[in-house]
Design a protein around this ligand. Structure first.
Ligand code: BES
Ligand code: MN
Ligand code: ZN
Length: 491
């Protein structure tokens, strides 16, 4: 992780210096000092580039003198319009632009401690890289940025404000690591082992294997798992930071789809792009990262995270189209398409969660349908919920963190599409409204309890860089749900 430090504003002796400039602002303290130290290089560059501080605009001065490798002047737009997310994006942009520098200092003079911390958070999130399996990369090709100092008026307060954010970033990185891992390495057992490591953060972690799940009657989850030689697992992670309020508030519950590889099973997927299905465990990856974040920042809540971990493979022992399975809830399911496996996994884990914990709410995350990508692309995740208040809170937390949600409908009319002729329901409802019928299916395993389902198939992985997310695994949902908890359930 990027080494972040906070210090009083001063022109550094070496490395790169980033000056943040608001639109149409007069030169501030550090800007003038840097200009003086470099014999007017800053003023000259600003004039030559007709730079006015517009958001996203920047001017770079390589070798400006005074021992500095570079000065970058970044516009942040009108001061009054600057949001927390805008500062994160600015920080992320700086980390990307200056990836070849070793040490960077950002001038956050005139900003609040929280704003300085947001800049640091953005830079931290963008500087992530998964390079475990690169053995031959030359040193000069690797990003060099190792240390970033945020120059803040009250450095101690800014550092304190960054501390919980850093814990959240750790959770984001854990999630990104899990999602990035290749599927031969990260099978269900390995994923459960990585969950167990979270006990070091103070989480209680319980792992159930196929025997325990068979005893409970997890027919839906086990039907998916039966085609693979890699055994399934269910992991229950418990963070209890509620302290004195313990027992006064019900547990918050988060449930994730963890299909470590989805071939489609007997209803096998086409070869092109199938490698993407290594990230079909991203819902579980988010839940695990979230639990690490809550524990890491010692959130004052009682929360459980449950993940259903399976591999969906075709084999002589695999589930067939036409099979009927009995879920843990007792409801029977006709499996028309073995590629609609995520909902089968979630059915048993959600029912278990509800029976065992009677939580305040349940929020599940899943890379559930290709149809949500057709509907919303990769900008918004689909939100399905039986509860308006929970939906509003989630949507607001999404706007604040840049992890956007769009609410989709649920209704009995769609539910009819999953009627079966021989069982209580079938696992697919045809192409029309494919993401909605998937959500209707899941809803059958939720009693009237407040529940939200996030279909993250479009947002869990990115083919291009974003301001605070390099391309690849995004950890979508970790920051959003951490924010939801912080804003509404820790009071
Ligand atoms: N894991 C897939 C959904 C998916 C597709 C995630 C693309 C990420 C990118 C899911 O298990 C699946 O295969 N869904 C099917 C459902 C269909 C058979 C009703 C789909 O969307 O095609
Ligand atoms: Mn599938
Ligand atoms: Zn899947």
């Amino acid at each position: 992780m990027l080494d972040i430090a906070f210090a009083k504003p001063a022109v550094p002796k070496a490395g790169a210096l980033v000056l943040l400039v608001g639109e149409d602002e007069a030169p501030s303290g550090l800007w003038q000092q840097a200009d003086l130290a470099t014999g007017g290089a800053v003023a000259r560059a600003i004039a030559a580039a007709a730079f006015k501080g517009g958001k996203g605009k920047s001017v770079s001065i390589p070798g400006p003198g005074a021992g500095l490798s570079r000065i970058v002047i970044c516009g942040i737009g009108k001061r009054g319009d600057v949001t927390e997310r805008g500062l994160e994006e600015a920080g992320g942009g700086i980390a990307a632009q200056l990836a070849t520098e070793t040490i960077v200092a950002i001038d956050a003079g005139g900003m609040s401690p929280a704003q300085a911390a947001s800049l640091a958070m953005g830079a931290t999130l963008r500087a992530y890289r998964f390079d475990r399996y690169r053995t031959k990369e030359k040193a000069e090709d690797k990003p060099k940025l190792a240390k970033l100092t945020v120059l803040a008026d009250d450095a101690a307060k800014a550092k304190a404000a960054y501390s919980p954010l850093r814990a959240v970033a750790e959770g984001v990185f854990l999630s990104r690591d899990l999602v990035s891992e290749p599927p031969n390495v990260l099978n269900p057992a390995e994923m459960a082992d990585r969950c167990k490591k979270l006990t070091s953060l103070g989480l209680k972690v319980e792992v159930l294997g196929p025997k325990e799940m068979a005893k409970l009657g997890f027919g839906a989850l086990l039907g998916v798992a039966q085609g693979s030689v890699n055994e399934p697992r269910m992991v229950v992670m418990h963070w209890n930071g509620a302290g004195a309020r313990k027992g006064k508030q019900k547990k918050l519950a988060f449930v994730g789809k963890g299909v470590t590889f989805d071939t489609g099973g007997i209803s096998i997927k086409p070869a092109g792009g199938m490698e993407d299905m290594k990230w079909d465990m991203a819902g579980a990856g988010t839940v695990i990262g979230l639990m690490a974040a809550l524990a890491g920042r010692k959130a004052k809540v009682d929360a459980v995270g449950l993940v259903g971990l399976v591999e969906n493979m075709p084999s002589g022992n695999a589930q067939r189209p036409g099979d009927v399975v009995t879920s843990y809830s007792g409801q029977t399911i006709e499996v028309i398409n073995t590629d609609a496996e995520g909902r089968l996994v979630l059915a048993d884990v959600l029912w278990y969660c509800q029976q065992k914990f009677d939580p305040e709410f349940m929020i599940d995350l899943a890379t559930l349908t290709g149809a949500i990508i057709i509907g919303l692309g990769d900008e918004y995740a689909g939100l399905f919920s039986n509860n308006d208040m929970l939906s509003e809170r989630l949507t607001a937390a999404g706007k604040e963190t840049g992890e956007l949600l769009w609410r989709m409908p649920l209704s009995d009319a769609y539910d009819k599409q999953i009627k079966s002729d021989i069982a209580d329901m079938k696992n697919v409802g045809g192409r029309p409204g494919g993401s909605i019928t998937a959500a209707q299916f899941i809803q059958r395993f939720v009693n009237s309890k407040p529940w939200a389902h996030l279909d993250i198939a479009g947002t869990a992985w990115s083919s291009k860089d974003h301001p605070t997310t390099p391309k690849g695994a995004t950890a979508f949902g970790v920051r959003l749900l951490d924010r939801l908890v912080a804003e509404h359930y820790e009071g």
